[in-house]
Design a protein around this ligand. Structure first.
Ligand code: NAD
Ligand code: IPM
Ligand code: MN
Length: 356
């Protein structure tokens, strides 16, 4: 029996609600499929830990995570802690230190979910966003000088490296080859005269090895416009850290909301454990009421199973998830229902077990 060591970090707010719910579904999948076991190690790191210790995770936190097969994370953030402190104390260091350079965000309008866009049928929106995840606008380079004076200066640098762009773009081309062979590369090469033309050049060079993939260069502002007006035009979408952060919230909005969006932070070279998480944050506006939609966390769990090599179990999770959504009987308030996070997840687990 293969045993996967999963580092589980529920984090803050609704993270603490959606992770246990999703975990129930994942263990049901492991039981139903046999042949593997998920062995969790829980880490109570996050803003609660910070308020007690002054740190978001212990000094040796990254070392403790390093040997796991995957990391399953809820969300980080609490109104009592500045967001840049909480995120740079936990989530962003994991992504950067483990060189998780691909942030993969599948975007699909699932059965039973209505898009706020008129006339969109399930399946009509079907893209995969590939977000550069270790550099660009979120490289963390910068500083503040003359603090407190009226001539104070803040500098936040963008860093784009040839290798950094090449590897993420190549990943996106490979993915496009397995799909509809269309790649949208998101830039802003009009206003950014250094970083984005560089991105375009590198994309052009990498693309020479993929003549079968049609490349569509889209400025990020226009991309936001097309995501709303013709989302079906997108297949694989690749872009920088900031642009894809924003576009994937928009992508979530057109496919039913942030509660449904999932994300996999990957090191395609397999040196470090992947980090799997819903796209949403800690949602302080609804936290503590047990009504968060666990779909994004469950979907992230399915991405984790797939990445671990358990494709059949991952498909079973997605099948059961879509079946419960499509039945439109048990659903959380964001989808117009009255059920709780755990009722929804329990139903997904039940359907999964019933199908075997
Ligand atoms: P958010 O994603 O937490 O919430 C945005 C909106 O989506 C809110 O209306 C919220 O109620 C709704 N929403 C989010 N998750 C939901 C779910 N599972 N079911 C139903 N509705 C859901 O974004 P925000 O309000 O901008 O940020 C809140 C905190 O989370 C901040 O501290 C921020 O820094 C942090 N954050 C963390 C992550 C992460 O850990 N990956 C991601 C985004 C934001
Ligand atoms: C996300 C989040 C994070 C990001 C924040 C919380 C730092 O918004 O995963 O999309 O921008 O990467
Ligand atoms: Mn985001």
């Amino acid at each position: 029996m293969v045993k996967y060591r999963i580092a589980v970090i529920p984090g803050d707010g609704v993270g603490r609600e959606v992770i246990p719910a999703a975990w129930e579904v994942l263990t049901a999948a492991a039981e139903a499929h046999g042949g593997f076991e998920l062995s969790p190690t829980y880490y109570d790191w996050g803003c609660g830990y910070y308020l007690k210790t002054g740190r978001m995770m212990p000094d040796d936190g990254l070392d403790r995570l390093r040997d796991s097969d995957a990391i399953f994370l809820g969300a980080i953030g609490d109104p009592a802690v500045p967001d840049h402190v909480s995120l740079w104390g936990l989530l962003l260091p994991i992504r950067q230190s483990f060189d998780l350079y691909v942030n993969l965000r599948p975007v699909r309008l699932l059965r039973g979910v209505r898009s706020p866009l008129a006339g969109r049928e399930p399946g009509s929106i079907d893209m995969v966003c590939v977000r550069e995840n270790t550099e660009g606008e979120y490289c963390g380079v910068g500083g503040r000088v003359h603090r407190g004076f009226d001539f104070e200066v803040a500098v936040q640098a963008d860093v784009f490296t040839r290798k950094g762009v090449e590897r993420v773009v190549r990943y996106a081309f490979e993915l496009a080859r397995q799909r509809r062979r269309k790649l949208a590369s998101i830039t802003k090469s009009n206003a950014f005269q250094y970083s984005m033309p560089f991105w375009d050049e590198v994309t052009g060079a990498v693309g020479r090895a993929y003549p079968d993939v049609e490349v569509w260069r889209v400025l990020v502002d226009a991309a936001a416009y097309y995501f709303v007006l013709k989302p079906e035009a997108f297949d694989v979408v690749v872009g920088s850290n900031l642009f894809m952060d924003i576009l994937t919230d928009l992508a979530a909005a057109i496919t039913g909301g942030l509660g449904l969006a999932a994300s996999a932070n990957l090191d395609p070279e397999g040196r470090f454990p992947g980090l799997f998480e819903p796209v949403h944050g800690s949602a302080p506006d609804i936290a503590g009421r047990g009504i968060a939609n666990p779909t994004g966390a469950i979907w992230a769990g399915a991405l984790m199973l797939e990445h671990l090599g358990q494709k059949a179990a991952a498909d079973a999770v997605m099948g059961a998830l879509e079946e419960v959504l499509a039945a439109e009987k048990i659903r959380t308030p964001d989808l117009g229902g009255r059920n709780t996070t755990s009722e929804f997840a329990a139903e997904v687990a039940r359907v999964l077990k019933a199908k075997g």
